[in-house]
Ligand binder design. Structure first.
Ligand code: SAH
Ligand code: AVI
Length: 725
């Protein structure tokens, strides 16, 4: 049997390039799932909601014929009878076999269906080669691919429902097909989201179903969303606590269903001698308490949430949280679709796709619920964070589970100080207490500071950004050749992620990008811009201090590439820089690559001018630190009494920035008072300048090997490529 779990290339944006190979790979998936199943397995229907495998194999082909091929003038159907048999629900396309009778179709035989598939594939390949003329034609083609993928998942849901009807508990497969990838470990906890006026819905130009748009604004009160899915173990506690027999936990219609259906546990669960077992695509097994619960209806999810004293998230909460901080959650898209409390309704301004495909989604927008995410059976490249799946609230044969939310208290004034502000306060107090007053340059980067840095990069005197970007452009193709497929790029101090684009353009097979920055405003804007410009790329921003790295999310499967441009390494103390590089090597793993940008030693005049520009932008950047301290910490620095200074320190090979007090004064910071005499400075930044030798000494001290060192034209900067081990 071919392995149904093998990963197929993800379908991408709506462009014609690669249509043929995308078509072939998408179409190969369902026959791979059918391989090894008998004609009887594929013909029977488990229940009215489910369809036989044979029907899915035929209907997903019918869709291409009805929506695309039949639109061509003079088109001759492959077989007129099949057009009726395999219509699903399109009223405009005439009569059909009703869903609950699909299992009665002994004819056409499986062989005839496979021959129909082959003929549709042949005609579609010719049609793709001839080219599509209008955007609607291209859209309908990609819709056909996504429709096929939806039926790949339905095929597995329906097959499980069928296997579960047998007292023999047969295994459909020796191993569970998991096209969406492996289950991730639980992380614990929940993240608070502030909400406010947020935007949800699909707004980019890549493919989405019509029901995902238009993008629109929604107001959210602050909420928490759990990092993990609810587990079987938690569900067992719910059952043991009378979950299915306490009407106060259930919505009225849910309670009516519990009584009418006699539910006592999730679908497929059975209890024997106090041991719960459940049915899966690999047969019946004991319920794993650590695994996420599957096969629970919206009614059950609501009751569980009430029992847990939490609630289901709305679909807007789910989407907004996932857009803001995808990396904090486990199993968003690869285990179960997650219930929301939202009814499936049109978004404001919803317009169905033109023509026959208008019946695809819109007409189901009543009495159903929205589920978000994706399941283990969802083909790769199919789901996305704006995706709206939908089922009736009593249905539970789909791969459905839940992640809980709760209301977050609105922060009352005076505001609780953020951890970041508390750190800034503590570091500034410690730094101003030293004989040479000093503070880490990382505190420059509030929203205004990040913007001022971007302004610096465009100054005529500040050469490093221009020179490094040019050098990266020269090196990009060679660098990308080292990445391999599905690599993960982790960028430290990513700022506006401008240089990143040079590498992303050269490395289209890169799987994921993790920008890390201490400045939440810069990071959020940059990550959103990258995600919009590179829709195939998984973008998982992390706000934080790269000197104190949180564990990296498990994304991609390929090589991990560290990217640390801009000579930001020069802003670290020498021992800090080595510790940082050693830590990054450990986090990035054994086969990692590290692309390090450094500024090189050169004549003093060029260096000093780059840090003391004629327009005074660098001075404003430096002084912004005092503005930030006054605003965030309530300090009382007199902004007019400090001046910007840039000095070359030849001994330590670094440019230093200072803020010099012009007069004797006292500055208050909370309960503390700091005295300055005229001429005294706060050392705010060192920007070390390197040589090839000092870079390799530093890299080797951190366990890296320099595999390439390339310098630019004057004023010179360099890019070093480091390999682990
Ligand atoms: N990489 C970009 C930006 C460099 S500016 C470029 O080459 O142009 C330095 C960036 O590093 C800023 O965005 C700043 O917010 C971030 N940064 C500085 N210290 C940091 C720290 N300790 N942890 C995380 N980010 C930091
Ligand atoms: C981010 N960092 C590498 C810059 C530098 O050149 O040291 C910050 C900067 N300071 C003044 N101008 C730019």
């Amino acid at each position: 049997m071919t392995d149904p779990a093998r990963r197929l290339p993800a379908p991408g944006a709506v462009t014609e390039a690669g249509f043929l190979t995308r078509f072939q790979s998408v179409r190969a998936a369902m026959p791979a799932l059918a391989d090894g199943l008998s004609p009887e397995d594929l013909a029977a229907q488990a229940m009215p909601d489910a369809s036989p495998g044979k029907w899915h194999l035929a209907h997903s082909s019918w869709f291409f014929e009805a929506m695309i091929l039949a639109a061509d003038e003079g088109y001759q159907p492959v077989d007129l009878r099949l057009q009726t048999l395999f219509n699903s629900y399109y009223e405009s396309l005439g009569r059909r076999v009703e869903r609950h009778e699909r299992g009665l179709m002994t004819r056409p035989s499986l062989d005839e269906v496979m021959a129909y598939r082959a003929e549709i594939d042949r005609r579609m390949e010719a049609r793709i080669t001839a080219g599509f003329e209008t955007p609607l034609e291209r859209y309908l083609f990609v819709l056909g691919l996504h429709h096929d993928q939806q039926h790949q998942e339905l095929f597995l849901m329906d097959l499980l429902a069928l296997m579960a009807r047998s007292p023999l508990d047969p295994a459909a497969y020796p191993e569970e097909p998991r096209p969406a990838g492996l289950l991730q470990l639980a992380r614990g906890g929940a993240t608070r989201f502030e909400g406010g006026l947020v935007e949800i819905g699909h707004g980019a130009d890549d493919f989405a179903f019509d029901n995902e748009g238009p993008r629109h604004k929604v107001w959210l009160e602050p909420f928490h969303l759990d990092h993990d899915l609810v587990t079987n173990g938690q569900w067992i506690e719910f059952i043991a606590d009378g979950g299915y027999s306490r009407p106060e936990l259930w919505l009225a219609d849910g309670w009516a269903t519990v009584k009418a259906e006699g539910w006592t546990a999730p679908l497929y669960w059975r209890e024997q001698d106090s041991v719960w077992t459940t049915m899966s695509l690999t047969g019946r097994h004991p319920v794993d308490p650590d695994a996420p619960v599957r096969h629970v209806s919206a009614w059950e999810a609501e009751a569980f949430a009430a029992w847990a004293r939490k609630r289901l998230p709305t679909e807007a909460e789910w989407e907004s949280a996932v857009a803001t901080a995808p990396a904090v959650f486990s199993n968003l898209f690869n285990e179960v679709w997650q219930h929301t409390s939202s009814s499936y309704a049109p978004y404001p301004g919803f317009k169905p796709t033109e023509g026959t495909a208008s019946e695809y989604n819109g007409k189901f927008m009543a009495s159903q619920r929205v589920m978000r995410g994706g399941s283990f059976a969802t083909p790769p490249g199919h789901a996305r964070r704006t995706y709206r799946n939908f089922f009736y609230p009593h249905q539970r044969w789909a791969f459905l589970g839940l992640r809980l939310a709760s209301d977050a208290p609105i922060m009352s004034k005076p505001r609780i100080e953020s951890v970041e502000t508390a750190r800034f306060r503590a570091e500034l107090i410690a730094g101003l207490s030293r004989p040479q007053k000093a503070v880490s340059p990382k505190w420059f980067y509030d929203a205004a500071g990040s913007q001022l840095f971007e302004d610096i990069t465009r100054l005529p005197e500040y050469y490093p950004t221009r020179q490094e970007a040019a050098l990266l452009r020269e090196m990009a193709a060679d660098l990308a050749a080292r990445f391999g497929d599905d690599a993960v790029m982790v960028e430290f101090g990513s700022g506006a992620s401008e240089k990143t684009r040079i590498l992303l353009d050269a490395a289209p097979t890169l799987g994921a990008y993790i920008p890390i920055d201490i400045s939440p405003d810069a990071l959020t804007a940059a990550a959103a811009a990258i995600a919009a410009a590179y829709p195939q790329l998984e973008v998982a921003p992390m706000v934080g201090d790269f000197l104190n790295l949180a564990p990296l999310p498990e994304l991609g499967r390929g090589r991990r590439i560290g990217f640390f441009p801009g000579s930001t390494i020069g802003n670290l103390e020498p021992d800090q820089a080595i510790a940082f590089l050693a830590n990054a090597r450990e986090r990035l793993g054994p086969n990692a690559l590290f692309i390090l940008g450094v500024d090189l030693v050169k004549d003093e005049a060029t260096l000093v001018a780059a840090y003391d520009d004629a327009q005074g932008v660098t001075a404003a950047f430096n002084k912004n630190l005092l503005i930030r301290a006054n605003r965030e910490l309530g300090a009382d620095f007199d902004l007019d009494a400090f001046v910007h200074e840039a000095r070359w320190n030849a001994v330590d090979s670094r440019i230093e920035m200072h803020l010099r007090a012009e007069r004797d004064m006292a500055v208050r910071l909370g309960a503390e008072t700091f005295r300055f005499s005229a001429g005294e400075t706060i050392h705010t930044e060192s920007s070390r300048k390197f040589t090839e030798h000092s870079v390799s000494t530093m890299a080797e001290a951190a366990g890296w090997r320099v595999v390439e060192f390339r310098s630019s034209a004057a004023p010179s900067v360099a890019v070093a490529v480091l390999a682990a081990g």
